[in-house]
Design a binder for this molecule. Structure first.
Ligand code: NAD
Length: 499
């Protein structure tokens, strides 16, 4: 279906454009005002198969390109993204909806990651170790694995592809990339710049379409040995199950139900700023968003009233407007889900302190806007305190002391980000030790990761891997141990002992 004014895009395979074999398409529309931004192929299994075959062939050449040269391509990519940062930022405010400052941050994260991984081209360190035998040399090296299936969500449409594609490429793998169907245009732009940076044909391929068709075929394809997916817990479970037959490597970054702890001795001004930013930034649609605020009794009333008045001052609107604090949520389904949790909270007996409604008027009816929502008197076992809402809703939970705060913070199935506001250094260190999460912030909200540290979570947030930092390399390489015997005779480990 062609749409007037909106460009039609193709899958990108082996450096060429292809329509979906089925001929079907879908549209990308702005959650801010409903504008149609592009038309994309609604692909299926045959399209994936074509891309995988090309990527498999390209791997045989790309794996032999010296890693420092592969890193230089990423360096150029980072430079190009810097040149195009303003344009990518503007596009993100339209296609994904986040406000300009945050969209710029999303692009900057991809720039940082690409520079960082460019440097890995000259490291990719293994180990050298002594041998237990004479005249023998031992080392371990990282080997590329093959075709990596990259499946991404819509909430960080430039940053998350970079977290996966940059390390996968520097390690020598080739890519089949399926962007989220809510943000395919940003996926396109990302790959256009990679190609301009010098990625050879076939090394990065894009197949657009839904998770059930394109994603699922990637997950089941025998020639895709690695899947890296960021998405919801339910999707992660399905992917692991569907990949089991092929025993492939699965890297999952899943949901969160992150909490900020505020103790009696905290700097409340700082805590309010941290909570607003973490709960309502990106309209609460971050995996690290603070959807619970655990407050010690003595600070509870003051914090609650300050949060309510601050939340009510936040301006809703289109992300490209400089005055906007909170943009839309991603689509109608998300708006309905978020609103249904407001009703669930009320039915469970939580106290709605502010928000709790779809925002309208002043042009907001054209998009999907939800008022920043705060619940008070929330019991830690209520569904609004246990389930990922993925919207601008947060739950205030009252506790009597530090130990209860840590217990409540840990009392969920997820383990992504955590935070504590306190001036007590002993409690801060105990929190760093006792919060069961992949990330802990002290005197900052739950968001703000930097690309050179590992990123990911414990428990149901993932399956033990980490994105970013050098930890990311473990997803995209296999270790090989190499033994070189230069003694000129057959030496047997564990049997011959060198003296
Ligand atoms: P989603 O799980 O609906 O989709 C994620 C991606 O998986 C999409 O590209 C989708 O098309 C694809 N997919 C869906 N079903 C599939 C299947 N059966 N096989 C293969 N692929 C499939 O998630 P979403 O709504 O796009 O993103 C929001 C979720 O992502 C939230 O749960 C959020 O917490 C999580 N998230 C996690 C992190 C993290 O690093 N931990 C970061 C961002 C978002």
């Amino acid at each position: 279906m062609a749409v007037t004014g909106a460009r039609t895009f193709k899958n990108f395979i082996g450096g060429e454009g292809f329509d979906a074999v089925s001929g079907e398409t879908f549209e990308s529309t702005s959650p801010a005002d409903g504008e149609t931004l592009g038309v994309f192929p609604k692909s299926g299994a045959e399209d994936v198969d074509r891309a995988v075959a090309v990527a498999k062939q390209a791997f045989e050449e790309w794996r032999l390109v010296p890693a420092p040269r592969r890193g230089e391509v990423l360096f150029r990519f980072a430079q190009l993204m810097t040149e195009h940062k303003a344009e990518l930022t503007e596009l993100m405010t339209h296609e994904m909806g986040k406000v300009k400052a945050e969209a710029g941050g999303d692009v900057q994260e991809a720039i940082d990651m690409s520079y960082y991984m460019a440097g890995e081209g000259r490291r990719l360190w293994g180990q050298t170790t002594p041998s237990e035998l004479r005249d023998k040399f031992n080392m371990s090296v990282r080997m590329p694995i093959g075709v990596v299936g990259v499946i991404t969500p819509w909430n960080f449409p430039i940053a998350i592809p970079s977290w996966k594609i940059a390390p996968a490429l520097v390690c020598g793998n080739t890519i089949v990339f399926k962007p989220a169907t809510d943000t395919p245009l940003l996926g396109e732009k990302f790959v256009e710049l990679l190609v301009e940076a010098g990625v050879p044909a076939g090394v990065v391929n894009v197949v657009h379409g839904g998770g059930g068709a394109v994603g699922d075929r990637m997950v089941r394809h025998p020639d895709v040995p690695v899947i890296t997916l960021t998405g919801s817990r339910d999707t992660g479970v399905q992917v692991m199950r569907n990949a089991a037959e092929c025993l492939k490597h699965i890297h999952l970054e899943l949901g969160g139900k992150n909490a900020i702890i505020v103790l009696d001795d905290a700097d409340l001004d700082l805590a309010v700023d941290g909570i607003l930013w973490s709960a309502f930034g990106t309209s609460g649609q971050r995996c690290t968003a603070a959807s619970r605020v655990i407050v010690q009794d003595g600070a509870y009333d003051a914090l609650a009233s300050r949060l309510v008045s601050a939340a009510e001052q936040l301006r809703l609107g289109v992300g490209w407007d400089d005055d906007t604090d909170v943009g839309p949520v991603i689509n109608e389904g998300a708006l309905e889900k978020i609103h249904s949790y407001t009703q669930i909270g009320i039915d469970e007996g939580a106290k709605l302190l502010t928000g709790g409604e779809v925002a309208s008027g002043n042009g907001l009816d054209k998009g999907f806007y939800y008022r920043p929502t705060l619940f008070g008197d929330v019991d830690p076992q209520m569904r609004i305190a246990q389930e990922e809402i993925f919207g601008p809703t947060t739950a205030l939970i009252r506790v009597k002391d530090f130990d209860e705060a840590v217990r409540v913070s840990n009392g969920i199935r997820y383990g992504l980000s955590s935070s504590i506001f306190t001036r007590d250094v002993n409690k801060a260190f105990r929190a760093m030790r006792d919060l069961v999460a992949g990330i802990t912030y002290v005197n900052a909200g739950t968001i703000g990761a930097e690309v050179h540290l590992p990123f990911g979570g414990t428990k149901d947030t993932g399956n033990g891997h980490r994105e970013a930092g050098q930890a990311a390399l473990d997803v995209f390489t296999e270790w090989k141990s190499i033994y070189v015997d230069y003694s000129g005779k057959l030496q047997k480990a564990q049997i011959d002992t060198a003296t």
